[in-house]
Design a protein around this ligand. Structure first.
Ligand SMILES: NC(=O)c1ccc[n+]([C@@H]2O[C@H](COP(=O)([O-])OP(=O)(O)OC[C@H]3O[C@@H](n4cnc5c(N)ncnc54)[C@H](OP(=O)(O)O)[C@@H]3O)[C@@H](O)[C@H]2O)c1
Length: 374
């Protein structure tokens, strides 16, 4: 459970209107323990993608908020489990099923392969399925989202310009396109609105976002808010995948699937489609409707930066990335310790010059990985 899911559940649990049963694989994790401390939250331990567990978890439940993790299990399993969750919810007489959707990028792009994005398309296909179901006896709603604004502190964060370290550079293969971003706390509030307004939300697919923003405007807003020089660097996809943001761009996207049956996309394939989708402005949100539903919503990236004190620093957002960062911190410590041992064991003074070089190379590598995140 990530901070973002935590946020959603705080939104759902606030005011003691609902008791929230949270499914997690590890009830004693830090995140689950924090959730358990919130009044009205009950932790339910078990595998998410496991029918006997789901059958137990769904007992006596009135409403479901389903967010499957396509990044972890791959597109094929995400489609299967999205539909299966809907079917099980019907079987268990759930009153209202809220599905956390994403854009069906391939379909929006007329199935041009350049837009194919497994982690968007998988959820998009489930959205298509659900939106063709009746709204009685079980009603459904869909919250179709977009990249989390908080990703600006993680995989979309700016890096110092190597030639001018005083300037922070937002690098993306986005051209002049506008990428929508959603503030997670508002995402939580929209899901709360869905359950509090069952008549209005029945059969509604709501596309949520805070703002669609071009990266040159993002850099400009960053400078206005922080006073730090910033620039946008538009790059090709090849250049983007060389940045180290994704350490292994050829890895399959579906790290916890445990098999490879040929249906997986690689990180490179998936995130090429992802950026092409935003670059060509394939998606659209009705911000007037969002203002009506959530008048208090954060309305711009600028407002979010001011509200959160954003300065482009790294902050952990996704739980799945957190373990990797911790492992990398450990590698950094081990690297420094290793360097110290080498330094202590080199007695010949003419070899001493090697030490700073080793430090610099290893340090640069580890620092870059830490800086960019996993
Ligand atoms: N990141 C974004 O900008 C963004 C934006 C919109 C939508 N999404 C979608 O949100 C979903 C991922 O959630 P997230 O962004 O909140 O990521 P996250 O912080 O990494 O959380 C993923 C959650 O998935 C749960 N999970 C259950 N079974 C899992 C398994 N077998 N392997 C790995 N994780 C498992 C984990 O819960 P436990 O560890 O407690 O079991 C974990 O907390 C993805 O489908 C993604 O496409 C992401």
């Amino acid at each position: 459970m990530s901070d973002n899911i935590l946020t959603r559940h705080i939104a759902l649990a606030s005011g003691n209107k609902y008791t929230v049963r949270v499914l997690t694989r590890n009830a004693s994790s830090k995140e689950a323990t924090e959730l358990a401390a919130i009044p009205g939250v009950i932790i339910f331990e078990g595998e998410t993608y496991h029918e006997p567990t789901l059958r137990k978890a769904l007992r006596d439940v009135s409403y479901v908020f389903a967010n499957t993790n396509g990044l972890a299990i791959g597109e094929k399993a995400e489609i299967y489990w999205g539909i299966r969750l809907y079917e099980l919810a019907r079987e268990f007489r759930v009153k209202h099923f809220l599905y956390a959707g994403l854009e069906y990028a391939s379909k929006l792009g007329n199935f041009d392969p350049k837009y194919r994005t497994g982690n968007l398309d998988g959820k998009g296909k489930v959205v298509d399925f659900i939106s063709h179901q009746p709204t009685a006896p079980m009603a459904w709603s869909i919250l179709t989202s977009c990249p989390y604004m908080e990703g600006l502190s993680e995989f979309m964060r700016p890096l110092p310009d190597p030639h001018d370290p005083g300037t922070m550079v937002f690098t993306a293969p986005l051209g002049n396109g506008k990428c929508p971003l959603i503030y997670l706390e508002d995402y939580g509030q929209y899901s709360r609105w869905m359950f509090d307004n069952l008549t209005k939300s029945r059969g509604l697919e709501l596309h949520v976002g805070t703002e669609d923003i071009a990266w040159k405007d993002l850099a400009a807003v960053f400078t206005t808010v922080t006073g730090i020089n910033a620039a946008y660097k538009d790059v090709t996809l090849d250049e983007y995948f060389q940045l180290g943001i994704w350490p292994d761009a050829n890895a399959i996207l579906g790290y916890s699937a445990g098999y490879d049956d040929g249906s997986f996309m690689t990180v490179r394939e998936n995130f090429s489609g992802f950026w092409n989708t935003w670059k060509d402005n394939l998606t659209k949100r009705d911000y007037q409707l969002l203002d009506e539903i959530l008048p208090t919503r954060v309305k711009s990236v600028k407002e979010w930066m001011v509200k959160t004190g954003y300065r482009g620093n790294y902050a952990s957002v996704l739980k799945s990335r957190r373990g990797v960062i911790e492992k990398r911190s450990m590698i950094l410590y081990l690297t420094l310790a290793f360097g110290y041992l080498i330094k202590s064991s080199i007695s010949a003074p003419n070899l001493w010059f090697l030490v700073p070089n080793i430090y610099v190379s290893l340090g640069r590598m580890v620092y870059r990985r830490l800086w960019c995140g996993p």
